[in-house]
Design a protein around this ligand. Structure first.
Ligand SMILES: [Zn+2]
Ligand SMILES: [Zn+2]
Length: 733
């Protein structure tokens, strides 16, 4: 940018990745309105930081001698678009989080670094380009001819390949793009069998859902797509995507977990080989992530599929947002900016005036409640999409009557044996990895506890280690009791490894596969294990909640659930909601095809209303009972909450800080309840004592007014020994 002699110097206000809730003023020799959203390098203390220009003004509250000058303003790369900046400003306000950390925190790491190599796309031929006769090109268009020639032999020309053809290839490609013979695309088109392009027919429920949701394409409309497991929600998403992209739009699709994205990705790619799809999740390298993000920002990508952070992807032609498995707790970030990607998605849709679809078999009570109050519209898919596929029969095994032998009861073993005899697959679900949840001394009662946390050390026999699932601490398995020195140590309870071992003893000929965080640690391991199950190389799958979500196995007819009772009497008021969702999900794995599936739940409380609702597959009755309970007790969604979390090495310090915080909040008054500080459920993690303070109100506005003033006051306390953070709409306690 040439410096103009007569433009007066301006003040740019810059967002920086520092924990202070303000912008920083710098002098810029020239600043244009189009510089808002641009990357800038600035001196900060003794460091040079990369920030983003959010405002341009002609005055600063700082005296002019204290103002420093900006380093370089990056005018090579496009600025962050205004709608994204608005969204980020909203998040900073709503979650009461420093604006600079919000803005810089959602950007790809490589974008934030000062030296960025911009990823260039590759190219492919269009149908028109394929039809061009090379001898009709002007004689001097040598490079264009060479490029076209090359493209006729390859499906995709990578940036490196085009440079090999000629140093002028980039210029030639620009001309070819302008003539619509070539289009930029980020990756080679995948090879697809022709048969996969067949589009399945929709059943009546699906047709109605698609028609309803496409009726008003260009206005804000939040939809809850409530579809039982196996009802074909994904097919509905595909129809929506098809319609939106045909209309020139981009679609943002959020999935809760990285393990679920490959499955969705391959389905999307098979259906839309002609479209550009990028994925955004934490397993990508920095440069992969930057490339995908740029393709979205530049409008090259038609579909963006990603996990929660992808909700902040700039998309100039965004016309539709889909949030799959909207109830899933992993949409909530549990550190730093503690946002809910689902809630941000709804706000973004509102801001851009577009529809948003929240899909689930077991909607969150918040979303379901929003359909009752008319804030969201609901469409229901009540039948399974595959003809003759029925919901599985759910049976409860009373574990007081049928005492489980090492975790497995006789009826469950008999059912497994029957599946093995028929050559069908079974799945055992147990939400506890490792061999046993604790090691105990039979003489003195010593328990394996973590020295740094208030949790137990889990026995992992295969690794010969005691592991803390909270802080990652690992210790050797002691040969004798560390307390009394006797050798009578026993493993108490069951984890996935132990169940796997017991199954092998009962069914020596069965092929058993365990899927949990330990067995899938290696990159691509999850995909490889699932592929074995799909190839029928597995008879019994044993796994944690990783297996409960989204994965379909055609030949799986039995699901066994071991010990789910813990959540029934948890102190967390959301535990029952989560357990119900999880069991509905895992039950949904059984009988996706013509053979009717069976679900066996081993429980000591077979009369509990949660299990009775599960037997009837009755989400609605269960949700309404829970809502009635929440309304009576004044829990969300009937109130709004925020949790101030604090931690320090000494418990006194944490509680003192929270007492002061509580007193401060009470001084502000208003219709907000300020509770007393309490220690956290996990009192100590990695040597830090943890406690928290809940504030809640019936009025969101009143709550947020208090939070705003409160944060200013707490930041001014400058309590260095205590680390604290605010969690607005907390999900976990
Ligand atoms: Zn002992
Ligand atoms: Zn620990």
């Amino acid at each position: 940018m040439p410096m103009s002699a007569h433009s007066p110097a301006a003040i740019v206000r810059v967002a920086l990745d520092v924990p202070l809730d303000r912008l920083f003023d710098y002098i810029a020799p020239v600043a244009l309105p189009t510089d808002i959203g641009r990357r800038v390098q600035v001196p900060f203390g003794t460091r040079q930081l990369v920030g983003v220009i959010l405002q341009i003004t002609d005055h600063s509250d700082l005296p002019s001698h204290r103002l420093k000058s900006v380093g370089a303003i990056d005018r090579e790369t496009p600025p962050l678009p205004g709608d994204l900046l608005t969204l980020l400003a909203f998040c900073a306000r709503y979650y009461h989080h420093p604006v600079g950390e919000v803005v810089l925190g959602v950007l790809p790491t490589s974008w934030r670094q000062s030296h960025v190599t911009v990823a260039r796309p590759g190219y492919r031929l269009t149908a028109a380009g394929r039809a061009v006769a090379l001898d009709t090109l002007p004689t001097n268009a040598t490079v264009q001819r060479q490029v076209l020639q090359k493209l006729q032999t390859v499906e995709w020309l990578s940036p490196a390949h085009s440079r090999e053809i000629s140093p002028h290839a980039a210029a030639a490609l620009k001309v070819l793009v302008r003539r619509s013979w070539v289009v930029p695309c980020m990756a080679p088109p995948p090879h697809l069998p022709a048969a996969s392009l067949a589009v399945p027919l929709l059943n009546a429920d699906q047709q109605q859902a698609v028609a309803a949701m496409l009726a008003k394409p260009a206005v804000f409309a939040p939809w809850l797509l409530h579809g039982i497991t196996g009802s074909g929600k994904t097919e509905v998403y595909l129809r929506l995507i098809d319609a939106v992209v045909a209309n020139g739009g981009q679609v943002l699709v959020l999935a809760p977990e990285i393990n679920l994205t490959p499955q969705l990705e391959s389905r999307f790619r098979h259906r839309f080989p002609q479209l550009t799809l990028v994925t955004l999740h934490s397993a990508l390298t920095d440069s992969e992530r930057l490339r995908a993000w740029q393709a979205a920002r530049d409008g090259d990508a038609d579909i963006v599929l990603g996990t929660r952070l992808a909700v902040f992807t700039p998309m100039p032609r965004l016309q539709h947002i889909i949030v799959d498995e909207e109830h899933d707790a992993s949409y909530k970030q549990q550190e730093g900016l503690r946002y809910s990607a689902r809630d941000v998605a709804v706000f973004r849709a509102k801001q851009q005036n577009i529809p948003v679809v929240l899909g689930s078999a077991t909607p969150s009570l918040e979303s379901y409640h929003n359909t009752l109050t008319g804030r969201y519209q609901r469409v229901t898919l009540g039948t399974r999409a595959v003809t003759n596929a029925h919901l599985p029969d759910v049976h409860l095994i009373d574990s007081r009557r049928y005492r489980p032998d090492h975790g497995l009861s006789a009826p469950l073993l008999a059912a497994l044996g029957a599946r093995l005899a028929r050559g069908e697959q079974s799945l055992l679900f147990l939400n506890r990895r490792g061999y046993a949840p604790v090691l105990m001394c039979r003489v003195c009662g010593w328990l394996s506890t973590c020295s740094r946390c208030s949790g137990r050390l889990v026995l992992h026999l295969r690794q010969q280690a005691l592991c803390c699932h909270h802080c990652g601490h690992e210790a050797h398995v002691p040969a004798v009791c560390p307390d009394c020195g006797k050798g009578d140590l026993v493993a108490v309870g069951h984890g996935t490894q132990r169940i796997e071992e017991r199954l092998a003893e009962h069914f020596p000929a069965a092929r058993i596969l365990r899927i949990d965080r330990d067995s899938t640690r290696r990159k691509h391991a999850m995909g490889e294990l699932l592929a074995r199950a799909h190839r029928q190389e597995v008879d019994i799958l044993v796994g944690t909640q990783m297996l409960a979500k989204g994965h379909d196995f055609d030949n799986l007819t039995l699901v066994g659930v071991i010990d789910p009772d813990g959540a029934l009497y948890s102190a967390d008021f959301r535990a029952a909601e989560r357990l119900f969702a999880q069991l509905m999900q895992v039950a949904g794995r059984a009988g996706r095809r013509e053979i009717r599936g069976e679900v066996l739940i081993q429980t000591a409380f077979p009369g509990h209303p949660l299990y009775l609702a599960l037997r009837r597959h009755d989400y609605t009755a269960f949700a309404e009972a829970l809502l009635a309970e929440r309304e009576q007790t004044g829990f969300p969604p009937f109130c709004h909450q925020a949790l101030l979390r604090a931690e320090a090495h000494q418990r006194d310090k944490v509680l003192d800080f929270l007492m002061v915080a509580a007193d401060t909040a009470r001084c502000f008054g208003g219709p907000v309840t300020v509770y007393d500080p309490v220690v956290a459920t996990m009192q100590r993690i990695a040597g830090k004592e943890r406690a928290q303070l809940l504030v809640q109100s019936d009025s969101r506005r009143a709550l947020h007014a208090l939070l705003g003033r409160w944060m200013v006051a707490l930041r001014a306390l400058n309590s260095r020994r205590v680390r604290w953070s605010l969690d607005v709409d907390p999900l976990e306690w």
